[in-house]
Design a protein around this ligand. Sequence first.
Ligand code: NAP
Length: 482
Amino acid sequence: MPSRSVAIVGGGFGGVGAAAMLRRAGYDDVTVFERAERVGGVWHANTYPGAACDIPSHLYEFSFAPNPRWSRRYAPQAEIQAYVEAVAEEHAVDARTSTEVTAARWDGTRWRITTSAGDHEADVLLTACGQLSTPTVPPLPGLEDFAGPAFHTARWDHGVDLTDRRVAVIGTGCSAIQVVPAIQPQVRQVDVYQRSPGWTIPKLDFAYGERTSALFERLPLLRRADRAFILGIQEFGAAAMTRHPRLLPAIRAIGRARINRAIEDPELRAKVTPSDEVGCKRLMLTDDWYPTLTRDNVELVTDRIAEITPTGVRTEAGGERPADVIVLATGFASHAFVAPMEITGEHGTLAEAWGDIPRAYLGVTVPGFPNLFLLYGPNTNGGTGSVIFTIESAVGHVLAALEALERADADRIEVRRETAEAFDGELRDALAGTVWHSGCTNWYVDENGNDPSQWPWQWSTYRRRTASLAPGAYELTRTATR
Ligand code: NAP
């Protein structure tokens, strides 16, 4: 029976999934700390109208907890939230909600963890803080003086009735393209402020009927075949965006054709057609974005925002467009990783070790930070793929590391600096040739060209490389009397 105690920071898919997998592997001292009042992570936080997954649900679920009864090909937010909560309950995950971890310090043998509800100790620390959990509010002049409600998509104010209101939505990323079609029928006017457009491809969403759900339930092979099919499509996208750019024109042609099909007005067509390479910004899946932009009560504004006034938005072209409500669909501080939590290892903090660019071996381990594992850590995001698949792979690596500790009767495991540096070199070389670095603004690459976000290979490669510990990659030591 494995005996290590494990603390996990974050109760989203990463934290709940890790806790469930650890419990399945026989670890019974596993504690999840979640600052929100419920588990669920981004699916608890993002309740904006139209919120849904843009990865088909049979891949956006844990392989060990299949759900044959998703209502749609792409499940809506509430259903995904219910799924995470059900997985936590089924695996008796000990989740301490409304408890924020503010700091963690390695004391030479264990992790000492400071939380808003008191101190905690554990042999092993996992962080599962997500990459999209801290909303970005852009420094728009005048925003604080806006007279009406203004909120971020990830902090949707359900107390505000949008019926017959004039709404300004700032941003045209994945969140905006879900919000705008959802609120358009209800509002008087929606102005969408676009800084630069992104490419879209068809979502082809549909509801599963009772017969299909019953078939998925009775024939697990069918569900697994569907999962493999979805993974195959994601792998095709990953290949196009990383090593096989010759596949990109086909995707771009799909994107261009649907713009031309949905929009007749040449001016609007031009506004929504990106000039940068398909996949450089995150590819967006939607069936209703372009048709919504052609509605009478929708205006796509491409003039830069000069300032927010108390009653609307003034653009650099001059003129003010009135607004009663402002919705900030402006994304997340995706490069903060574990911040604002302070993690102190053997020689200083993680923030100091990282400097300008967060780095981790396979996105999971950092030299100088024994028994620490990051989930959905640096360079484990993709332009395609399911983060659930990524998380399961990373937890597989954690389990392999813990097994190695048990086998060696050791109590400390740390990635060797040479291993981490060699991996980082390999990663940076591979990243240079990817579409994400082809010259656009996206949330993967920072203003200095650093990329702490993307995995530049296939997802099957991530699964393979994390499945076991490469010989000599880690140093195992015994420090305490166990
Ligand atoms: P995002 O993709 O980062 O988009 C932010 C948008 O705000 C961009 O259009 C950006 O313009 C614009 N923006 C930022 N600052 C601005 C400013 N000062 N003035 C004007 N416009 C500004 O954020 P997101 O839409 O929330 O999506 C983030 C990620 O969350 C997605 O890529 C995806 O991975 C995930 N997500 C997933 C789903 C799902 O279905 N699974 C749904 C929603 C989100 P520029 O492009 O010009 O920078």
